[in-house]
Design a protein around this ligand. Sequence first.
Ligand code: ATP
Length: 321
Amino acid sequence: MSWASSGGPGRMAGGGAVVARAPAKVNLHLAVGPLREDGYHELRTVYLAVSLFDTVTVRPGAGLTVTVTGEGAAGSGTDAVPTDRRNLVWQAAELLAERAGVPADADITIDKSIPAAAGLAGGSADAAAALVALDALWGTHATRGELGALAARLGSDVPFSLVGGVALGSGRGEQLSPVLARRRWDLVLGISGEGLSTPTVYAELDRLRAEGRVPDGEVHPSPDPVIAALRSGPVRALASSLANDLQPPALSLRPDLRRALRAATGAGAAAAIVSGSGPTVAALAPDEAAAVRMAATLAGEGVYRTVRAVHGPVPGARLVG
Ligand code: ATP
């Protein structure tokens, strides 16, 4: 790796601020293999980046500070997002600073629209946006490949949050290969009031598998039908190929999600699936107008805390302004 050691400040908005945003993801396909010796599961997943964004603003500072506004801010009524070293953005800042040999000095504000612990990779989006913004603030001039390597150290979903679009993930999800999507896909996200912890959902999957209540990890559904449908398919082809091995454990932990899935199909979804480790429901809409109608219907029914009509694919972490 080559790093510009003293490149000086990069592109800045007013007041020395640099702003970046990154999208939420949904998993259109998620096959979970057996537990590996390192404690992770081997995954095959098809990620889609969707138009729900967190914004990260970084300013010159002395040491690191992290402030959270919007979804997950302390006092907002949802599980509070940490503002210390536990925040993935803090870890991203320390990692970039250490790798580039610059002091970790920045005041960072995360404006969250992506709810935390929702299966939408909100923390990963923030980390990816922070890498891009701090690289510009600090003038460290990392290549996308170098940022990708740091992203993989921060978390399984962070590399995808950086690239966005559509991709096939393997390993822990961090090894990406691009997938062609020729058209826009419209979805409605049904977001619950209470999050689900990703490790708890994986532990529940292991428990259900050990008891023989769901197929074990050797039996993988293939991602190929989803990839073929994304390339050329009508909505019904994608609808019939959506799959998520984490849905049974998410339903086991949160039986109310059955009703949430039924509500989505009742409102006109071509298919509805739990996104990642949940509890967000991702409902595939026949088209944009249908997504808007579905969102209005579902908001009126009050099954979810929040309902969002979104589309994908959208780009990954980018500077804005
Ligand atoms: P994934 O789908 O990637 O497994 P998720 O979308 O379900 O994750 P996140 O929103 O990424 O979950 O947050 C999971 C946990 O990570 C939160 O409960 C929180 O304690 C911690 N966390 C750390 N940094 C952040 C951040 N910037 N935003 C949200 N949560 C964060």
